[in-house]
Design a protein around this ligand. Structure first.
Ligand code: AMP
Ligand code: MG
Length: 404
């Protein structure tokens, strides 16, 4: 058995994670799969957008100089979207046109059907028209060659739309890290498969971690839990490391005799960056690397696993995609009562938040045990309570990490 040699302080541990986590290679990512990635180079317009002058309404294309209330126009053709008319509009003539239809030659205004006597082979104008009215000019959104999106922009729905208007089928971006999640523990049973025998529990961590990894934008999959057996564990880890950018395990990383994750990792050539953080919940956290693969050994206690994921793995995954917003937002909160921290290390306390006229009032969600999965469903934030012996007086500002 091995004890912790040295506990790394929380901010230092996060810094070490980020410092030792490389960016993913840049790839041409299919447009529809690019949400949440970051553009790896500037994007320019390839065409004028819209590509042609077109109608903003349903109505008639006419010559503005012909416009006079009461005048009757002859309808000579129609120009629905996608089917330009080959005719041109002469004096006293009109072409029926629909939104997105190409403005026909000869015409310089569109009158809405609501401002005419209606649809037909001819119509009477009810309202004067001006040159350019209801026309959307070619290139008014972007001109060929314009810089439309800058390198470093996070790709959201509007960016996807804009790139699509320019015909981009792929976007250059740091690809998503591939995460493999492996739970360890002889006691673990796959939920939904059978009833628990004495001493067993359902594996919840691997499901939670996959969900968290996907939420962070990574590609994630879980593999079947490994028992606390050296051979089984080594085989599972070797396999996970094969095709992953990041391997995340839960359990078996503390100082118990059945905690074999760290020793097995070192055996298969993973280099330890740190093991043990001065932080609660999640003291036994392990971080290591082998070639281009990064390795997080999260503690088995479900709250520790999820909180450690949020504070250490999530920023790493988002950093790998070059996301700037990899840190969760922080707010100042206060407590109504004096708060103690008897743990001798930074405590990320699960709290619910309420808005008051004095700011955000934090309240502990109740017992802070690391096995209490239900407590996380009630938490809005993690209040960072330092290990000061005198505690935090009521009303004093405290920094909190917003979880939702
Ligand atoms: P360990 O870190 O392996 O000592 O596990 C600490 C506690 O977390 C034990 O009570 C385990 O049964 C529990 N635990 C470990 N892995 C999981 C998991 N995948 N899902 C739910 N609980 C777990
Ligand atoms: Mg265990």
């Amino acid at each position: 058995m091995q004890l912790f040699e040295k506990l790394t302080e929380y901010p230092e541990a996060e810094r070490l994670v980020l410092e030792n986590t490389p960016k993913m290679p840049v790839e041409e990512v299919v447009l529809g799969e690019s949400l949440g990635l970051v553009l790896a180079r500037d994007l320019r317009a390839t065409v004028d957008s819209p590509p042609f002058d077109n109608s903003a309404v349903d109505g008639y294309a006419i010559r503005a100089s012909d416009s006079k209330v009461g005048r009757v126009f002859e309808v000579v053709d129609e120009a629905p979207a996608g089917r330009p008319s080959e005719k041109s509009v002469g004096e006293g003539e009109a072409i029926k046109i629909f939104t997105g239809g190409v403005i026909p030659a000869g015409s310089d205004a569109v009158v809405m059907v609501e401002n005419t006597s209606g649809w037909g082979e001819s119509f009477e104008l009810k309202k004067d028209a001006e040159t350019g009215q209801n026309l959307r000019a070619s290139g008014e959104d972007a001109r060929k060659g314009d810089l439309i999106l800058r390198e470093g922009t996070e790709i959201g729905a509007p960016e996807i739309a804009l790139a699509a208007t320019q015909g981009y089928g792929t976007l250059p971006a740091h690809r998503r890290p591939r995460v493999v999640v492996l739970s360890t523990g002889t006691e673990l049973v796959e939920p939904g498969t059978r009833k628990l025998s004495p001493g067993e529990i359902f594996d919840s961590n691997s499901f939670a971690i996959v969900a968290q990894a996907r939420e962070a934008g990574a590609e994630a999959r879980r593999v079947h839990a490994a028992s606390d057996d050296e051979e089984v564990l080594r085989a599972a880890l070797e396999e996970a490391l094969e095709n992953a950018d990041v391997v995340v395990t839960s359990g078996g990383v503390s100082v118990g005799e059945k905690d074999l994750v760290k020793s097995t990792l070192l055996e298969i050539g993973v280099e330890q960056v740190f093991w043990g953080v001065k932080f609660k919940p999640g003291k036994p956290l392990f971080y290591g690397k082998r070639d281009d693969t990064r390795f997080f050994g999260l503690p088995g206690n479900p709250v520790s696993a999820m909180v450690c994921f949020d504070l250490f793995v999530r920023p790493a995954l988002m950093g790998m995609m070059n996301r700037e917003d990899r840190e969760r937002p922080r707010v100042q909160v206060y407590f109504e009562d004096h708060i103690e921290n008897k743990f001798g290390r930074m405590h990320a306390m699960r709290v619910s938040l309420k808005k008051t006229e004095r700011g955000w009032l934090a309240e502990s969600v109740g017992a802070q045990g690391s096995g209490l999965v239900s407590s996380l469903t009630k938490a809005d934030a993690l209040a960072l309570i330092g290990p000061q012996s005198e505690g935090i007086p009521a009303g004093e500002p405290v920094e909190a990490i917003l979880l939702r």
